[in-house]
Write a protein that binds this ligand. Sequence first.
Ligand SMILES: Nc1nc2c(c(=O)[nH]1)N[C@H]1C(S)=C(S)[C@@H](COP(=O)(O)O)O[C@H]1N2
Ligand SMILES: [Mo]
Length: 229
Amino acid sequence: MTDQDPTPANPELANPKLANLKLIAAKQAWAREGRLLTGIAADPARDRLPPGQTLVRDWPVLDLGEQPDVTPARFRLDIDGAVAHPLSLDLDSFLALPQTETISDIHCVTQWSRYDNRFTGVAAAALVAAVAPKDEARFVIFHAFDGYTTNLPRERFEAADVLIAHRWNGAPLTRAHGGPVRAIVPSLYFWKSAKWLRRIEFALTDRPGFWERRGYHNHGDPWAEERYS
Ligand SMILES: Nc1nc2c(c(=O)[nH]1)N[C@H]1C(S)=C(S)[C@@H](COP(=O)(O)O)O[C@H]1N2
Ligand SMILES: [Mo]
């Protein structure tokens, strides 16, 4: 892969299993063909379901097929890059930060949406206040324990609804859903919400992540149906 990132934390991602390679290739082909695009306009003030989405009640699991076992001992969250005060937190220090609860809707690019997810965690805005990014740091890159990356504009990350979450609907996040700690960015398609979060990097320049380099939209607003680039 044409990886502009440093070496993935997990060598399995650099060398995924055959079944996973096939899945990734299939999704890349969908992106090339513009599958799932409806072109229907939606108004978030009036509608709750973005165009082309279907409501589900369960919570599907989607990832690259390698779910890392992030034990409390292995867990580390670095918040660094173009910041004045970088942080490196173990799980206890992360859980000791002021906690916030949000209720948000999930919109996945594969066309399912799930309403009213109650997440508990640390507000992204609180982390921003703690590390004091430089003014020129316009982008945020999430890095995950499975080697996954995804990018977003800093103003999307700083929004009040963004959470670095460790609980969902009252229970600890399961390993399948990215536990112990994942990002939740409700205003963008769910591929931007990195599971098994390892590092939050503030960057001066934008750097497309795993799916963004494979044909997914760089920004990913579900209301504008920004599925593919
Ligand atoms: N670390 C990591 N985060 C990830 C992914 C991944 O493969 N690895 N997949 C993304 C995609 S494509 C989706 S749709 C959501 C799925 O989250 P869920 O399995 O909790 O529904 O996680 C996103 N975050
Ligand atoms: Mo996805």
